[in-house]
Design a protein around this ligand. Sequence first.
Ligand SMILES: [Zn+2]
Length: 330
Amino acid sequence: MKRIILFLFIVIVGMACNRTTDNSASGTNNASTIAPEKKLTEIKDKKDAQPIPDTPDTKKDIIEKKPKEDKKATKFKKNTRQKNDKIKANKRGTTKKEVILPNLETSTKAFSKDYLMGKFKPNQHPDFTKIAAIHASRKGMHLRKDAYAAFVSMYNAAKKDGVTLKIISATRPFHHQKRIWEAKWTGKRAVNGKRLPAKVDNAKERALLILHYSSMPGTSRHHWGTDIDLNDLNNRYFERGVGQRIYKWMSANASKYGFCQVYSPKGDNRPWGYEEEKWHWSYLPVAKRLTELYKTTMNNTDISGFKGSETAISIDMINKYVLGINPDCK
Ligand SMILES: [Zn+2]
């Protein structure tokens, strides 16, 4: 009898020990009670012994769950972005939906580097049109058809409010900008009221001086057919009288028609680029895309073919000037 009781005792104790080992291996028991070597061996044995679908945390499940989580995260990010855009638009006094855009089909599906650099003829390009005399200070200027249609809507709205907008400069091809730049570079044309000496001591300094108000050929937004100069090329003109009324009207209404003042006052949010230009307005629905393309496809070494072009690299023309615009216009 004693032997039978002893035998039963050994069997019960043995069963109890096996249960403890199983639980530890499946991670429900306190792992610190098992020696590290033993734990590793047991986990390995269990992994080999068990068929994969029995355990919930297999790699298969993780892979299946991941896309769902990513989808959720993307949706959340998209919603947040849309919300932020709306807040931004409201701050500017308009929402995206309020922007009046012309519904025009244009032939340009993709823009080339030559287009970005103004190396084409606006009067022969299918997406361009002549600016009517009533809207301009002189004949022979061109704009993209979409930008011009938006301008005409804006012009008519301004006229109703007693404000007359006049385009004094529009599309300027590469060779036109090269003429302006080289006249300044060689001292034939004044820079900030003074002609530069014929001898070039410091090319970079000379380029930076001209860059206060003139673009380097190949980097001007005027190449794109989306940008216009209005009424006067002097900030002071827009600070009183008729000029002030024009500027106030544009600041309040231009965004409804897709236009933005790209050269806003320099400061913390625009530390680089051209000085403030209260006359220069850009048609964003197309210009935004061109700015982005300039950023992704152009290099400073592409800026060449005129006097002083070697300075484009040390100045970092693309980052500092092409992209140095009012953040609200990006
Ligand atoms: Zn301009």
